[in-house]
Design a protein around this ligand. Structure first.
Ligand code: APR
Length: 227
């Protein structure tokens, strides 16, 4: 029976690939107001701005690569049962080779009709604009979970955390719920690691904090769990 490692990743793991985080200094939320570009209200108020925000991020994603942290996580699959739960909407875990990924907040390379009828289309790094509709004439929107919307994958993610032998929290400020609440589903005897260059408010006992950036932190994590 392989050891089960569950990873909860956030924007910090993609920082070394050149993608801005949200709440670091000069992060995305310093340039844009969350309520304008990442909330359902923002979409109803001014959908053009929202489409443009994600069109720009899709173009940027086409120019960046997974970094060593993404690749080391993918390599863990050789000897462990690994599930990646990510808050990130980029496709860097996929491109690094991870095979079991839960995207809590959606995926930048996908779109869905705005009546959320369950259809999802992969558009890669293309743009979409107001007026682009599905065959029923319903406007297409980014396949992103916005503030004010449910997180459909949260229960599946909680079940994965609840059965993890090792929980690795990497590159997230744990500011946003329900994603941040996942860590409390960990088993009492699970080993919990945190990789982040800053202190993160984790209200859990016996967390091993590897105070480092994702790439070098992952090297240290692998040393510690392989020991
Ligand atoms: N390596 C590892 N961690 C890093 C690095 C790095 N190179 N650089 C920054 N970090 C850490 C920061 O210290 C911070 O703790 O990554 C974390 C980034 O936190 P946020 O910017 O808040 O990103 P995240 O936690 O993913 O945000 C969660 O908020 O806006 C919403 O939907 C959005 O999914 C996002 C959610």
């Amino acid at each position: 029976m392989k050891r089960k490692i569950v990873i909860l990743s956030g924007a910090g793991i993609s920082a070394e690939s050149g993608i801005k985080t949200f709440r670091d200094s000069n992060g995305l939320w310093e340039e844009y107001r969350v309520e304008d570009v990442a909330s359902i209200d923002g979409w109803y108020r001014n959908p053009e701005i929202v489409q443009e925000f994600y069109n720009q991020r899709r173009v940027q994603l086409s120019t960046v690569e997974p970094n060593r942290a993404h690749k080391l996580i993918a390599q863990l699959e050789r000897d462990n049962d690994v599930v990646v739960i990510t808050q990130n909407v980029d496709n860097l875990h996929e491109r690094a080779g991870s095979s079991r990924i839960i995207h809590l907040h959606g995926e930048l390379t996908k779109i869905t009709p705005e009546d959320k009828n369950g259809d999802v289309y992969d558009i890669g790094y293309q743009q979409i604009k107001i007026g682009d509709c599905d065959s029923r004439g319903v406007q297409l929107r980014p396949y992103i979970v916005w503030f004010g919307e449910d997180v459909p994958e949260i229960n599946r993610a909680a079940e994965e955390v609840a059965t993890a032998d090792i929980l690795l929290i990497i590159g997230t400020s744990l500011n946003v719920y329900p994603a941040a609440g996942l860590i409390y589903y960990a088993k009492k005897d699970a080993q919990i690691y945190l990789i982040d260059p800053k202190d993160v408010n984790v209200q859990l006992a016996n967390v091993v904090h590897i105070k480092d950036k994702a790439t070098s932190g992952m090297e240290k994590f692998i040393e510690q769990v392989s020991a």
